[in-house]
Design a protein around this ligand. Structure first.
Ligand code: XCC
Ligand code: SF4
Length: 655
């Protein structure tokens, strides 16, 4: 990387002045009543409410403002009926004008299905590419080519190696080397099956084989998805969507699962830990650095670098009391559950944390990073530091991260943040409210340990009806749903009805901010769940990690199915993504359903233009993978759907 690229992009100032001023002027016309209404409409996160109000008054643009500016939305795009896949188009299906086909002859069903497969494959690729980077780091360790990373969970490494018949009567580093190669092979294996799918109960695995959706390798399914959406390949919507399930399984039981397992090997398998959450984790007297994105590789190194006494001294010399690291989104989740690093919030908190005016640097890797963050930061002294060659962001300060020089880069980043402290304008500091306590770190291993070494007590509690079932609540924030309202309302409804919630990603963070991630929250649970939480000392909502850690939910489901000797589709469980926005969430929802888990989405995907596609996903799949999707934006109604489903599954099991 040349020295030039590491410098700030020169266009920063120009861009900021032009757009910011215009939008600010527009917002400044707002009267206090309108501001109040907007705040109430936008979020239920208490610190975010104050921050949103502050942004509206100070004319700092946020995601909600841009959302308003996008209205009205194009109805063809919203229903999935537009296609711009090739230059004979773009095409739109408009039946009332007899436009039933695109130039190539594709009909509504095909256009909608292809668009959806495209979305899903993008998500699967994102998770899996992240997974590959982690596995490559394990290989680096195995080859002895890095001093910055090491094997932290040797026991887990050996257990994983055994799944691949890799001899373990040797040095950990040799085992790591062979496991890394075995995992890397899963991305393009010619075996015709991803080994980790064998973790699923036999009945579940058999469904995949029978329906022809057993994933052959991670990359292969994603590449084939891209092939199938090329003009003139797949023309049958159902066939296209089935490949979507196969691609999703390659993510869930492949790319994401490897990301999770190897992150545990390198950085430690999470155990329950206490921390704090919401925007108020930013500290006025400290150098604040937020770590945002998804990949724990750099952020773990920043944690180490910031602990260094030389760095702490540099911070004190700069006039700060120390260095305060805070997490955002899934990089934040990775750090929260392994290191107890406080969490500033989820997806829609990313701009608000900058608006505290007390953030020296926001370090980003990739995924879910608003491209406009440097604009937001330009209203303050905050530096956005981008680090991935895959995610260069105009207006950010680019400091390329490579595993081989990880520590060095991490130190340079921390220094940059410290040196930026003196540029903070105390007049602009606005840190709202007080942090909330959370307990995180519920890996499957931690849940098993909390139950005394086996999952049997959980199975017994479910069989006895004390716990009616379990629901994985995952996914993002989306302006279609009031920020955190979908997650928190659904979680509360479910635990009230004795349903254990296991959560990842921004859903888990929402529950954390609402106080649901502490054992004390058991009082909100029904009597049965409450008694189990009290006996075991766990919260009624368990934080299981980041987005790729939805694979932990699969492992938990597999273990429950195996304990009971049934397929995942027979378990009294469900999935939900009440506020999803991301392509990655489409992949997650799809591997849940393909694995046999009934899954309720909040926002509607862009598929309503094809009643056939909608019917396949919300009905037809039941006959194929024994599970289906539902769409219900109202979390109270979503809870009703889920409760009914769980009771039905209990009845079928005779419990
Ligand atoms: Fe992104 Fe993972 Fe969604 Fe949050 S939840 S908005 S994907 S950070 Ni996975
Ligand atoms: Fe139009 Fe077909 Fe090209 Fe899509 S693939 S843009 S429907 S011609």
């Amino acid at each position: 990387m040349s020295g030039e690229e590491k410098k700030v992009r020169p266009q920063l100032i120009g861009e900021r002045m032009e757009t910011c001023d215009l939008d600010r002027a527009k917002m400044s016309l707002m009267n206090p009543k309108v501001i109040r209404e907007k705040v109430l409409e936008r979020t239920i996160d208490e610190t975010a409410m104050k921050a949103v109000e502050h942004c509206l008054k100070e004319w700092i643009e946020t995601v909600w403002d841009r959302d308003e500016m996008q209205d009205p939305r194009c109805k063809w795009c919203s229903s999935g009926l537009s296609c711009s896949r090739c230059t004979m188009g773009p095409c739109r299906i408009i039946p009332e004008r007899n436009r039933d086909r695109g130039v190539c002859g594709a009909d509504a069903d095909l256009i909608v299905a292809r668009n959806l497969l495209d979305t899903l494959a993008t998500g699967a690729a994102s998770h899996s590419d992240h997974g590959r980077e982690i596995v490559e780091t394990l290989l680096l360790v195995g080859k002895g080519e890095t001093n910055d990373y090491m094997i932290t969970d040797r026991k887990k490494l050996f257990a994983l190696a055994e799944e691949y018949n890799i001899p373990t009567n040797r040095e950990a580093i040799e085992v790591a080397h062979d496991l890394a190669l075995a995992y890397l092979e899963e991305f393009g294996t010619v075996k015709g099956e991803i080994e980790l799918t064998r973790r699923a109960p036999t009945a579940t695995h058999a469904i995949w084989e029978e329906t022809g959706i057993l994933p052959r390798s991670v990359d292969r399914e994603i590449v084939e998805a891209m092939h199938r959406i090329q003009m003139g390949v797949g023309a049958h919507y159902g066939n296209i969507l089935l490949h979507g399930l196969r691609t999703a399984l390659a993510d869930g039981w492949g790319g994401s699962m490897m990301a999770t397992e190897v992150s545990d090997v390198l950085f430690g398998t999470p155990v329950p830990c206490e921390s704090q959450i919401n925007l108020a984790v930013v500290k006025e007297d400290m150098v604040n650095i937020s770590l945002h994105g998804h990949n724990p590789m750099l952020s773990e190194m920043i944690v180490n670098a910031a602990e260094d006494e030389a760095m702490q001294k540099r911070a004190r010399d700069a006039g700060a009391a120390g260095i305060n690291l805070v997490g955002l989104c899934c990089t934040g989740n990775e750090l929260l559950m392994r290191k107890g690093i406080p969490m500033a919030g989820n997806h829609f908190n990313q701009e608000l944390v900058i608006a505290t005016g007390a953030l020296e640097a926001m370090v980003v890797d990739y995924q879910c990073i608003f491209p406009s963050l440097p604009r937001t930061a330009s209203c303050f002294h905050t530096k956005i530091i981008s680090t991935s060659p895959k995610a260069k962001i105009p207006g950010s300060y680019y400091m390329e991260f490579e595993p081989s020089t990880a520590r060095e880069t991490a130190e340079a980043i921390v220094r940059t943040a410290i040196d930026n402290f003196k540029l903070r304008d105390p007049e602009k500091v606005f840190i709202p409210g007080k942090p909330v306590a959370v307990q995180a770190g519920f890996s499957v291993e931690a849940i098993t340990a909390a139950l005394g070494g086996t999952l049997q007590p959980l199975v017994d509690a479910i069989a006895a009806g004390k716990i009616r079932g379990a629901v994985g609540i995952v996914g993002c924030n989306n302006p279609r749903i009031k920020h955190d309202y979908g997650h928190v309302t659904l979680s509360k409804e479910l635990i009230k009805n004795d349903i254990l919630c296991v959560e990842t990603g921004c859903a888990a963070v929402a529950s954390g901010k609402a106080g649901l991630l502490t054992p004390d929250a058991a009082f909100l649970a029904g009597d049965g769940l409450k008694s189990i939480c009290k006996a075991v000392g766990i919260p009624p909502v368990l934080h299981m990690g980041s987005c790729v850690d939805c694979s932990r939910i699969l492992v938990l489901l597999a273990a429950l199915g195996n304990t009971l000797g049934v397929g995942i589709h027979q378990l009294p469980v469900a999935g939900a993504a009440p506020e999803w926005y991301s392509q990655k969430a489409v992949a997650i929802g799809s591997y849940f359903v393909a694995s046999g888990v009934y899954t309720v989405l909040g926002p509607m995907p862009h598929i309503s233009g094809s009643p056939a596609v909608v019917d396949l996903l919300t009905n037809g799949l039941e006959g194929i993978v024994k599970a289906k999707f539902a769409v219900e934006p109202d979390p109270v109604k979503a809870a009703e759907l889920i409760i009914a489903h769980i009771e039905e599954k209990r009845k079928a099991l005779g419990i």
